[in-house]
Ligand binder design. Sequence first.
Ligand code: FES
Length: 56
Amino acid sequence: MYVCLCVGVTDRDIANAVSDGARSWREVRETTGCAGQCGKCACTGKSVMREAISQE
Ligand code: FES
């Protein structure tokens, strides 16, 4: 599923960033580029990140 349409970031991209060690929204943003433009995806992106971290 696409989380960020501006940059083209999927939930899997976010999960991969977490697998690679990202543990904060800032780190996920830096790794994936998510929320780098309009920012409307930030809430969904954070939820996906928290879910991925909880499954680590
Ligand atoms: Fe992610 Fe616009 S949808 S920055």
